[in-house]
Design a protein around this ligand. Structure first.
Ligand code: SF4
Ligand code: SF4
Length: 96
């Protein structure tokens, strides 16, 4: 399962305030979504790592994501966090 691309998450995304954000216009001319990279996938722009503020984003928190630089590395998968949660539970409590 991946993070949902919806209006609510687009509004919560703070990529536009990030020092590494390549700029809305750069993204639009490359047919890339300007933000919400954790859901939409990586940017087609060349990105310089100047810091990532994903850890302060509600989308990251609400989906229990652990990563950063989704604009470079690509989308996040929610399973990773779910698998870690399941690992800590007794087998009998895990629905199959
Ligand atoms: S976690 Fe990062 S890429 Fe995803 S919506 Fe938030 S700021 Fe944007
Ligand atoms: S994914 Fe992280 S590094 Fe990339 S623009 Fe968004 S906040 Fe910045």
């Amino acid at each position: 399962m991946s993070v949902n691309i919806n209006l609510s998450n687009i509004r919560k995304c703070i990529c536009g305030k990030c020092p590494s954000f390549p700029g809305k216009l750069n993204e639009i001319v490359r047919f890339t979504m300007p933000g919400l990279y954790c859901a939409a996938g990586k940017s087609r722009s060349k990105i310089e790592r100047k810091g990532c503020i994903c850890k302060d984003c509600l989308v990251q928190i609400e989906n229990s994501l652990l990563g950063s630089y989704y604009c470079i590395g690509g989308r996040a998968y929610v399973e990773a966090r779910e698998l870690i949660d399941k690992r800590d539970k007794p087998i009998s409590t895990i629905a199959r």
